[in-house]
Every structure is written in C-alpha cells, then in structure tokens.
Design a binder for this molecule. Structure first.
Ligand code: DER
Length: 233
C-alpha cells in the first residue's frame, strides 16, 4: 500500500504542477505509475480535457488512454508534444533514468524526446544516488531477435556484464516480445563501469534502443512512505 500510495502521490503532484489548461498534446508513458497520472488528468474534468489529445507510448499506454475516455493522439500527427509524463526504474541525482522495466522504453524515448517538457514520476524505491545501485536487473536493451545471442555474448564477454540475460516472459512461453516485435536484454553494470554506456551499448549492431534516458527529464517526482513528495529538478 505504501508503494502504491507513493506512486499516486508522485503522479498527482506532477500533474498538478505540469499539466496546465493551455497544454493540449500530452504524452503518456507506460508502467504501473502512469495510471495515476491519467487518473489525475481525468480529475481535471471533461471541459479541461475535451480539446486535448494523448499520445501513447505502447499498447498498455494506449489502453489506459482509451479506457479513461481520453482522446488518443497519433504520434505521426503531432510533431511536438507539450508535456510527457512517464515512470522510471531508477533516477539519479542528475535526473538520468534507467527505464524499460516494462519493456516500453523505445516508444517512451521517442515521445519523451518529442516533448517540450519531460517529467518522471516514481515511488521512493526509484530515487537513487547513482544509476545501477537499486535496480538489480540492470539496463534494459531492446534488440532485434536476429542479433540477441551475439549481443548477449558481447555484453557478457566484452562489456563486463556477465549476468546480462534475455528477458523471459512470465505468462507466455519464451522471451518477452516488445510492442515493436523485438526482444529485451537486461544487463547489470556497476555505477561508472562504462564510460558512456548509452552510446557504447547503442552502437552494438542489432541494438534498437537502450533504457538510459540521460539529460532528458526536467524534473522527477518521488512519493515517499511518509506521505511527502521529493522533487528533483
Ligand atoms: O518500462 C518503462 O520504462 C516504465 O516506464 C518503467 O520504467 C516504470 O514502470 P513503473 O512505473 O511500473 O515502475
């Protein structure tokens, strides 16, 4: 309950601070924290939302928007988005994030980059000093299935991530398949182990997107167990 209420607290505070009446094109992230973002936006009322469109970051995000009775926005139709709000798996003091715990980070990064303002909302577990400290699975990496064995091997043998692993599905036999038809490899690294992990990993042939969102978020909201909110800007 503490975790859920802290997610809600982070989401509600972020929406109250960043979703203004003049904002019309809104990017909605993926995961278990963004449903509270949508709840709070719906609470702004039919009048406030009637001229808005909401751009999803994957199938779950699309369902969330439709089920909330909000208007879907087509990613191709809106070159720039006013505000995108999304969750994260870990956020450091410089607002760099590990994302992709829900295997949605490719479309999330597209919609986050397209936004004038990108805001992260999370429960207190995600608030870290540096990346790689409290998210054991490590960096999520979306890869084309054709290349996954080669990439796994490189991460384990050359990049010093011996526990890099293909993400297996729970309620489906075989690997997790993303909304883009790709696989996900989770690669744990020690903080500071790689000089420029986002670039080095992205350059491996067959890598589609890396779950590191660096220098992107304008602010991060963390709900705390004691009912307070920590805001990092
Ligand atoms: O998959 C993702 O990138 C999600 O945004 C994830 O990072 C956060 O999910 P959560 O809000 O369920 O923790």
């Amino acid at each position: 309950a503490a975790i859920e209420s802290s997610k809600r607290l982070a989401a509600y505070t972020a929406v109250d601070h960043h979703i203004k009446p003049e904002h019309r094109i809104i990017g909605i992230g993926s995961g278990s924290t963004v449903p509270y973002v949508v709840d709070r936006i719906v609470q702004q009322g039919v009048e406030a939302n009637k001229d808005r469109v909401f751009v999803p970051t994957g199938f779950q995000s699309k369902q969330l928007i439709v089920n909330a009775g909000l208007t879907l926005g087509d990613v191709d139709e809106y070159l720039s988005i006013d505000v995108t709000i999304d969750g994260a798996d870990e956020v450091d003091r410089n607002l760099n994030c590990i994302k992709g715990g829900g295997a949605c980070h490719l479309r999330e990064k597209v919609i986050a980059e397209a936004a004038e303002t990108f805001i992260v909302v999370a429960d207190y577990r995600k608030n870290a000093e540096s990346l790689g400290t409290n998210y054991p699975p490590g960096v999520p990496i979306e890869v084309v299935p054709f290349a996954y064995v080669k990439i796994l091997n490189t991460l384990r043998k050359t990049f010093g991530s011996p526990n890099a692993a293909l993400r297996m599905a729970v309620k489906k036999a075989g690997p997790v398949v993303t909304d883009n038809g790709n696989f996900v490899i989770d690669a744990p690294f020690e903080p500071g182990q790689l000089q420029d992990p986002a670039t080095q990993i992205k350059l491996l042939t067959g890598v589609v997107e890396v779950g590191l969102f660096c220098n992107m978020a304008k602010a991060a909201y963390f709900g705390n167990e004691d009912g307070t909110v920590t805001i990092h800007r």
